[in-house]
Design a protein around this ligand. Structure first.
Ligand code: DC
Length: 230
C-alpha cells in the first residue's frame, strides 16, 4: 500500500504527540517529534550560557549550529525514539519547564529553523511518517496528504501539562504552567518566521472535551480514507 505523509500541527499541549505516536504505531509509520529538536537546540543554548530570562545571544548560537548534532534513537522498551544531543540522551532534560520557558525564542531564530526544517524534510523523504510540530503542514511538508491542526482551550492544555510535570517530580504551580502555555501560544503564532497557523487544507480538531480513544478512532479513520485513495 502507498505510504503517505501525515502532518500534525497545533498549539502546545494539545496532545499532538499522543495522537502522532498512536497513528504511527497503527500504520507502521515513523513518528518524528520536531518540538524535541527545537528543545534540544534550546538545551544546547542554555548549557552554553547563550540564553536565560535576561539574555538571548542568538548570533553566538547561530555560529555554533554546525556543532549541534541531533539524533533520534528508537527505544524499544518505551516504544518511541529518544532525542540525543551530541551523543547524550537528553530526552528528560528537554521536557523541563525551564527549557519550555526558552524554547519559543530559540524557535524564532531563522537559521535554527532552516537547519531543523532541512533535517525534517530528509527524515520524511520516503513518506510513511507522522510528524508533529507547528509548521509541518505549512512549511516542512506543504504537500502532505493528511494535515491535522489540533486545538484545545488554554486551561485544558495547562492542566494536562501541569499533571505531566508533577508526575515527573517538578515543583511547579498551575498558574506558572498556564502562564507559560499562553506565553508560548503568543510567541509561536506571532513570530516572523513560519508562525503557527492553520494550513488551508488542514482538518481542525478541537479535543477540549474528547477522550483519547474517540479521538484516535476518528483520526485513524481519516488517515485510512486518505491512504485508500492513493
Ligand atoms: O511541541 P513542543 O511543545 O515540544 O514544542 C516546543 C517548542 O518548539 C514550541 O513552543 C514551538 C517550537 N516548535 C516550532 O517552532 N516548530 C516546530 N515544528 C515544533 C516546535
Amino acid at each position: 500500500m502507498q505510504k503517505i505523509t501525515i502532518a500534525i500541527d497545533g498549539f502546545s499541549s494539545t496532545g499532538k504527540s499522543t495522537i502522532a505516536k498512536q497513528l504511527a504505531k497503527a500504520l507502521g509509520y515513523v513518528y518524528v517529534d520536531t518540538g524535541a529538536m527545537y528543545r534540544a537546540v534550546t538545551l544546547f543554548a542554555m548549557r552554553n550560557g547563550f540564553i536565560d530570562e535576561n539574555k538571548n545571544e542568538a548570533q553566538a548560537l547561530v555560529k555554533l549550529l554546525p556543532k549541534i548534532n541531533l539524533k533520534f534513537v528508537y527505544n524499544e522498551e518505551l516504544g518511541f525514539a529518544e532525542m540525543y544531543l551530541n551523543g547524550d540522551n537528553v530526552e528528560k532534560e528537554i521536557r523541563t519547564l525551564e527549557v519550555s520557558r526558552n524554547v519559543s525564542e530559540i524557535a524564532a531564530i531563522e537559521q535554527v529553523r532552516f537547519k531543523l526544517v532541512e533535517m525534517q524534510q530528509k527524515m520524511g523523504e520516503e513518506k510513511g511518517v507522522v510528524m508533529d510540530g507547528r509548521d509541518i503542514g505549512t512549511v516542512v511538508f506543504p504537500k502532505a496528504e493528511l494535515k491535522l491542526f489540533m486545538t484545545a482551550s488554554a486551561e485544558k492544555r495547562a492542566s494536562r501539562r501541569y499533571k505531566e510535570l508533577l508526575d515527573r517530580g517538578e515543583e511547579v504551580t498551575f498558574a506558572e504552567v498556564l502562564k507559560n502555555v499562553e506565553h508560548r501560544d503568543h510567541l509561536d503564532s506571532h513570530r516572523e518566521v513560519s508562525p503557527l497557523k492553520l494550513a488551508a487544507d488542514a482538518i481542525e480538531f478541537d479535543n477540549s472535551d474528547m477522550g483519547l480513544e474517540e479521538q484516535f478512532e476518528r483520526i485513524l479513520n481519516y488517515a485510512k480514507r486518505v491512504i485508500n485513495k492513493q
